[in-house]
Design a protein around this ligand. Structure first.
Ligand SMILES: C[S@@+](CC[C@H](N)C(=O)[O-])C[C@H]1O[C@@H](n2cnc3c(N)ncnc32)[C@H](O)[C@@H]1O
Length: 300
């Protein structure tokens, strides 16, 4: 992976990196009434349930670049809650409860596993688990996929705020491995190469300064206040890295080109359906940019 962002540099202080990860998770999961229509994580949950419909129960969602956890635990919560409430209008009878499909499962993985943070997410929900060993998205151990297939599940790969990190070579390897072994993948980004995308990064830095006292209290981390106000590295790096991420966020056309040049047979690539769009969560600036790719016919 080419390293363009400051927080990815080896010399970057670990404590500051942890706050940045936590700030990104907060960006995914926060819903400020009146300002936001919804949290971005809830929007992704809605996109997935809308895209898959009832066939969502055939899938396991594996986050291949989970970092500190990111939005996946929150996506799981909203997704399973919405499936339960949309399919059930009243308290289910015992017979209905016994035949209802089980909740959709989510698995956290990363090249650098954050098992301490993931343990907390897994303890909070029976539908979130994790793989404690390193998983390289370019060469996913076969047993991870086979375990799902044995249970009758298809694998959908999640890349939340992650795909822009990869240069074209690495992205092609990841896509090749995905097309060869999985049934779908989703790229979800909170930034893009538009002026609004750059403005959103500035607002994120400003938001970090406004919200710092609340989160410092919530996380029991007074040091976050030092990194925000005394040495304002946290908002500065959030904005700068956000701009770098915006510059490298791919359009759907660029992702399709990479799929076509990743080394998978062209006929096979044509067997995949690519959908994309952007969903607004802050008027004028905040958008979830999404690309959902599935094997044609896999939702039947
Ligand atoms: C920006 S972070 C992910 C952020 C997280 N998904 C979120 O939304 O907050 C990108 C992650 O990609 C992981 N990564 C980089 N190369 C990878 C690879 N080849 N396979 C799996 N994960 C990789 C890094 O370890 C890092 O945790």
């Amino acid at each position: 992976m080419q390293v363009f962002e400051i927080a990815d540099q080896e010399w970057f202080p670990q404590s500051l990196r942890s706050y940045m990860q936590a700030a990104l998770t907060a960006a995914w999961t926060t819903h400020i009434p009146l300002l936001q229509s919804s949290s971005p994580a809830r929007i992704v949950a809605h996109l997935l349930s809308h895209h898959f419909g009832p066939s969502i129960h055939n899938y396991t969602f594996i986050d291949f670049c989970a970092g500190g956890g990111g939005p996946t635990p929150s996506i799981e919560k909203h997704l399973n809650a919405s499936i339960t409430t949309t399919t059930t209008t009243k308290t289910p009878s015992y017979a209905e409860a016994a035949t209802a499909p089980p909740p959709v499962q989510f698995i956290l993985t990363d090249l650098h596993p954050h098992t301490n943070l993931w343990s907390a997410a897994a303890a909070a929900s029976p539908n979130v688990s994790f793989i404690p060993t390193s998983v390289d998205a370019t060469n996913v151990p076969q047993h991870i996929i086979q375990d799902q297939k044995r249970n009758g599940k298809k694998v959908f790969r999640l890349f939340n705020l992650a795909f822009h990190h990869f240069d074209d070579n690495l992205a092609r390897k990841i896509l090749k491995n995905t097309l060869e072994t999985s049934d779908g993948f989703g790229i979800f980004e909170l930034q893009d190469r538009s002026p609004a995308g750059f403005l959103a990064c500035c607002l994120f830095g400003l938001g970090a300064m406004v919200m710092a006292p609340y989160y410092a209290w919530l996380w029991g981390a007074p040091l976050a206040l030092v990194w925000t106000y005394l040495v304002p590295a946290l908002p500065a790096v959030l904005v700068f890295d956000g701009w770098m991420s915006s510059l490298r966020t791919r359009t759907v056309g660029e992702v399709k080109e990479l799929m076509g040049s990743c080394g998978v047979d062209a006929k096979e690539v044509r067997g995949w359906e690519v959908k994309s769009g952007r969903e607004r969560f802050i008027p004028g600036v905040g958008y979830v940019n999404w690309i959902i790719v599935t094997r044609k016919g896999s939702q039947e």
